[in-house]
Design a protein around this ligand. Structure first.
Ligand code: ATP
Ligand code: MG
Length: 520
């Protein structure tokens, strides 16, 4: 007998079950209500996109793109080709081919052969680029064969040049597009803005989305590999500071409507292409001076991304970081004026904020305004919303120069915080349990259930007849407010019995009277 296999949800993913899903629905409905009062429309996006879209927008050197994305070849039939290609590239890189050029060449010949046979059985479509790459490789192989027996120096050099040409070709071969599960949605919204020519709509275009995101991180409370975000973007038009302030006001209004208490808004300006590079260099120079007081992660970041050192939560680094130069004192005059106006506009809107000069965001595309909102009850994973301005992004993705600002709320964390604070609304109760007895009453029971559900009541209609006592017990367990009792007497007289389960009282009603009574 086959062994029983128990499947479990994959690490870092989870099932969301009732009654908790009622809270998820409530949160999403509230987002929809609040965001539409600010003029935002919903966009629904694909879950996967070309890997290149994320590499280009988020930045190839960020943790998200370099370590956390779920990436795969679009056509799984080519994975064996990818592996062969990978071995050949490695052989060349590790100079293994120097000892065994024949083996390296045989590997490439088999690869070409495999590509051709896969194309014959239609597992692979050979596009024009791949076709010309293959032909070129074949030519190089032929040339190499002509040279093969001679050991003269210049012949050897020729051979080595041919091998290197082959290696370059093989490195560039692409059998299939690479796609990634989206780690965030801003890149997709920008892609859609360009793809659908939204720059010709009235500007700015205001869009919001909800849905799952995927990052391969270490799972812990408030950190999952499949998590959910609710986000919004304002694209096009101007970069008026009022837009930044209004977007932040919208998130705070949403949180307030949900009854989230103790949400704290941190803001910062991280400058623009004009002023940030000089500040980053200054920071780097100062960091180099205190390098030996920093831990390895921060030491590495001095080179790769000094701004990220400011993010450090390590106790021992805090006194060092406190003394570093602050970006606010190094903003260009346009950025300084923009930042001052964002703050003024927040005050106008009654939005309380804290300035946090260390707030830099993990994705490359941000500039000027950045913000983060933390909420209580979440331990160290306490950021529930991150956002900022990204004026250059659409252009990087091939569109016209376009202003942009947006945010993403971590819905999982928002919900955890609401639950910790006891802010989950009571899930909907069952209104009526139809306790029917005897086959003759069944058609009346079905009709009653239809009429009650049509009037908007939540109704449980048991699929088979039950004894009176058992039916009432079941109704109680389900938390029903009423039991509608339908026995032979009720059906014959047209007077239905309604039992209020909280106090056990009973009354008789005709069908129309019953609906009228329940609606009160
Ligand atoms: P963190 O610093 O907590 O890793 P982040 O800066 O990577 O957050 P963003 O990319 O700005 O996060 O995403 C916005 C929000 O999405 C975060 O504030 C957080 O609430 C949520 N979020 C990000 N990653 C995860 C995750 N792995 N699990 C659950 N929520 C997440
Ligand atoms: Mg992160």
């Amino acid at each position: 007998m086959a062994e029983k296999q128990r499947f479990q949800a994959i690490k870092g993913t989870r099932d969301l079950l009732p009654p908790e899903t009622a809270l998820w629905n409530h949160v999403e409905r509230t987002a929809n209500e609040i965001f539409s009062t600010f003029g935002f429309g919903e966009i629904r996006l694909p879950i996967f996109e070309p890997t290149e879209l994320f590499a280009r927008s988020i930045g190839a050197d960020t943790d998200v793109v370099s370590k956390e994305m779920y990436t795969f070849v679009e056509n799984p039939g080519v994975s064996s080709l990818e592996e062969l290609r990978h071995i050949a590239v490695q052989m060349y890189a590790l100079h293994i081919k120097d000892g065994f050029p024949d083996f390296f060449l045989a590997l490439i010949r088999s690869l070409i052969h495999l590509v051709q046979s896969k194309s014959q059985v239609r597992e692979l479509e050979i596009g024009s680029q791949l076709q010309s790459d293959l032909e070129r490789m074949q030519l190089i192989l032929n040339e190499y064969e002509k040279l093969s027996s001679s050991e003269e120096l210049h012949e050897k050099e020729k051979k080595s040049k041919l091998l290197s040409d082959l290696a370059i070709k093989i490195q560039l071969l692409r059998f299939s597009d690479r796609v990634s599960l989206r780690p965030e949605a801003t890149a997709s919204v920008c892609r859609a803005y360009i793809q659908h020519g939204m720059h010709s709509l009235p500007q700015p275009v205001k869009l919001y989305y909800t849905g799952p995101m995927f990052r391969r991180e270490r799972p812990q409370k408030g950190r999952y590999r499949q998590f959910y975000q609710i986000g919004a973007e304002v694209l096009g038009g101007t970069d008026a500071p009022a837009i930044d302030a209004e977007v932040i006001e919208m998130v705070m209004t949403f949180f307030a409507r949900l009854g989230l208490e103790g949400a704290k808004l941190d803001i910062n300006s991280i400058g623009c292409r004009e002023c940030r590079p000089a500040y980053v260099e200054l920071l780097r120079a100062e960091l180099v001076k205190v390098k030996d007081q920093l831990q390895p992660d921060s030491q590495r970041r001095i080179e790769t991304n000094p701004l990220r050192v400011l993010d450090s939560k390590l106790e021992s680094e805090q006194p060092v970081i406190e003394k570093l130069p602050r970006i606010a004192e190094h903003l260009c005059s346009a950025c300084a004026a923009h930042y001052a106006s964002v703050k003024h506009n927040l005050v106008l809107r009654n939005v309380a904020y804290h300035e946090n000069w260390r707030l830099v965001r993990g994705l490359d595309y941000y500039m000027r305004t950045t913000f983060e909102i933390t909420a209580p009850g979440l331990g160290s994973q306490n950021a529930v919303c991150g956002g900022g301005r990204y004026d250059g992004l659409i252009e990087i993705l091939g569109g016209l120069p376009t202003k942009g600002i947006g945010f993403a709320i971590g819905e999982d964390r928002l919900i955890l915080s609401l639950q910790e604070a006891g802010k989950a609304p009571a899930p909907r109760r069952l209104d009526v349990y139809v306790a029917w007895m005897g086959e003759k009453t069944y058609d009346t029971a079905v009709r009653a259930a239809r009429a009650l559900r049509g009037a908007g009541f939540a109704v449980e209609l048991p699929a088979s007849a039950q004894k009176f006592g058992k039916a009432l017990g079941h109704a109680d367990k389900l938390g029903a407010r009423y039991a509608l009792i339908l026995g032979d007497d009720e059906v014959a007289s047209g007077q239905w019995t309604l039992k209020t389960l909280s106090d056990g009282s009973q009354s008789k009603f005709t069908e129309p009277d019953l609906l009228a009574h329940l609606k009160l």
